[in-house]
Design a protein around this ligand. Structure first.
Ligand code: KIV
Length: 294
């Protein structure tokens, strides 16, 4: 069950120590944050998947730090029990350490308790700068969607021995730089297990097999809200798109057939006021009617 997690507590939470896997889910607004928290998730990720599942962009590279701050604040206003991590979007931690720390601080001031960023060795100096500013950092390796153009598409990573060893080194570099956890996305299960076993900090998998120290899924994927893209690792627990469209169709039909609103769903005047108003409406002289010229 969810408790009031801190980053140092999460950093020690390894399944190999007899702990249950961590539950992480994305949320992008107050109702989402509230529901994820009520469901007992340990960590809410205000992910930059915001770009695709909420804002309708083709990839996560379109979302800005302003967008992330706006949506992190919305999730935080729900006052969830779960630990809020917010994604640093593409280009918010690539230019300079100063800019990186300022952007991370904006997410913290919006209500996040930690930030997440993508990449390995190349990002270590930025991770160290953020950690030095007392802000906990979660890493993200394997398929890093902000690198979709450089990677040439959304593909499983770490499929060869060399590639797997490379990701494993990157993971150690992140732990050494001070990350308190690392997301592993789209790597073979064995690679997920090897990295998990070799790290002192927890791994949180998405398409990284069952042996990670936690799992994360995107809210809209799990609930079947969007059907355009369904990677193999998504398990859909509900079909909210179908349920929602059907409810909306019923509303439209009720409006058209005048079945909505009913008397009970409308406000009524007292009989006395209704009569007075009716009389007034009936007796108003045409030349005094302010609406007559409309
Ligand atoms: O942005 C996001 O939702 C993520 C998860 C897919 C891990 O980074």
């Amino acid at each position: 069950m969810a408790k009031n997690w801190t980053a140092p507590q999460i950093a020690k939470h390894k399944v190999s120590n007899g702990n249950e896997p961590l539950v992480m889910l994305t949320a992008y607004d107050a109702p989402g944050g509230r529901m994820v928290s009520k469901a007992g998730a340990d960590i809410i990720l205000v992910g930059d998947t915001l770009a695709m599942v909420v804002l309708g962009y083709e990839d996560t590279m379109q979302v800005t730090i302003d967008d992330m701050v706006h949506h992190t604040a919305a999730v935080a206003r729900a006052e969830p029990d779960a630990f809020i991590v917010a994604d640093l979007p593409w280009m918010s931690y690539h230019v300079s350490q100063e800019e990186t720390v300022k952007n991370a601080a904006r997410l913290i001031r919006a209500g996040a308790k930690a930030v997440k960023l993508e990449g390995g060795q190349d990002r270590v100096s930025m991770i160290e700068a953020i950690v030095n500013a007392e802000i906990p950092v979660m890493g993200h390796l394997g398929l890093t969607p902000q690198s979709v153009l450089a990677l040439g598409g959304y593909k499983v990573q770490g499929k060869s021995t060399n590639a797997a060893v490379e990701i494993s080194y990157e993971a150690k570099a992140l732990a050494h730089a001070g990350c308190f956890a690392v997301v592993l996305e789209c790597v073979p299960s064995l690679v997920g297990k090897l990295i998990t076993d070799s790290l002192p900090i927890p791994t949180i998998g998405i398409g990284a097999g069952p042996d990670c120290d936690g799992q994360v899924l995107v809210f809209h994927d799990l609930l079947g809200i969007n059907h355009d893209l369904k990677p193999k690792f998504v398990r859909t627990y509900a079909n909210l798109q179908e349920i929602t469209v059907s409810a909306l169709e019923t509303y439209a039909a009720d409006v058209r057939s005048k079945n909505f609103p009913s008397e009970d769903e409308s406000y009524q005047l007292s009989d006395e006021d209704a009569e007075a108003l009716g009389l007034y409406g009936a007796t108003i002289p045409k030349d005094e009617d302010p609406l007559a010229s409309w």
